[in-house]
Design a protein around this ligand. Structure first.
Ligand code: SAH
Length: 264
């Protein structure tokens, strides 16, 4: 998977712990040896200027986080030996982000920030006023992986293929049974956010699977707004009197949910 060229990462190539962290596909167990692909080998050896004996942290989303040492510092197929598990596998908060794709740079931004804000699923949705419809899923996934490495996660959100909002919601009970939707609605009058969140929580925040829905630059159509507001599993939320960019709204809504879920 090609790492996105992220200026922050290149300036500050390590995560908060100061150690290089890499998401890998292979099984992680004591004594195992793991050969990195050319992209990740280049990153450790050429970008981070690491060499034989240097340590890194690996995670695969299943086996927790493992400390590893470079056994062969090869620029194209670096070999790492796993030494010890440093963290157990932890689930991501059960939050999905449904968002209407926006222009490329901001799309990368949304994938990164949704990951940092704890989203478990990143689901692009095509709405009536969505302009961008061609999406490079692998690019979004690469941004989510990069953000997970940087922010100390041991799992990576699942980036799904784009789906039409209407058909997704028609199948919602089958796709996401019991998952309630926080509909960020620029058409809802400000001032009712706390009451809306209480309604969303219903019988309690903990354990309630949630989805945050954010529209495109052009906003939701009146028909979409009417459809969403008529659903019993959906609560419309105003994020205040200012119209935010879609990516800002996604972060703001995920922050509110994170606070209410007690994830902070
Ligand atoms: N063009 C629209 C704004 C779209 S902003 C207009 O001028 O009304 C893109 C998306 O961000 C919206 O569809 C909504 O999901 C979210 N958003 C932006 N500002 C918001 C607010 N104040 N309250 C709730 N959602 C908001």
């Amino acid at each position: 998977m090609t790492r996105p060229a992220d200026p922050d990462t290149d300036d500050n190539p390590r995560c908060a712990s100061g150690k290089a962290r890499l998401f890998v596909e292979g099984e992680l167990r004591a004594g195992a040896a793991l050969t990195l692909d050319a992209d990740q080998s280049h990153y450790l050896i050429n970008v981070l200027r690491m060499g034989a004996g240097d340590g890194a942290l690996l995670f695969n989303g299943r086996d927790g986080e493992w400390a590893a040492r470079i056994a062969q510092a090869h620029k194209k197929h670096c070999v790492l030996e796993l030494t010890a598990r440093t963290r157990a596998q932890e689930p991501l908060p059960d939050i999905w982000l449904l968002f209407a794709p926006v222009k490329k740079a901001r799309l990368d931004f949304i994938a990164q920030k949704a990951t940092e804000m704890g989203a478990a699923v990143i689901q692009p949705v095509v709405t009536a006023r969505t302009v961008v419809t061609r999406l490079k899923d692998e690019r979004l996934q690469a941004n989510a992986v990069e953000a997970a490495e940087q922010c100390g996660l041991v799992a990576v959100p699942e980036v799904r293929g784009a789906a039409k909002l209407g058909s997704l919601l028609e199948r919602w009970d089958a796709i996401a049974p019991g998952r309630r939707i926080l509909f960020c609605d620029e058409g809802t009058a400000p001032g009712g956010a706390r009451a809306a969140l209480e309604r969303l929580a219903g019988d309690g925040w903990r354990g309630t699977p949630l989805a945050v829905l954010v529209g495109p630059e052009g906003g939701f159509s009146p028909e979409e707004r009417e459809m969403l507001r008529s659903r019993s599993d959906t609560v419309a939320l105003s994020l205040g009197p200012r119209i935010m960019r879609a990516d800002t709204a996604a972060i703001a809504a995920l922050a509110v949910v994170g606070l209410m879920l007690g994830d902070w």
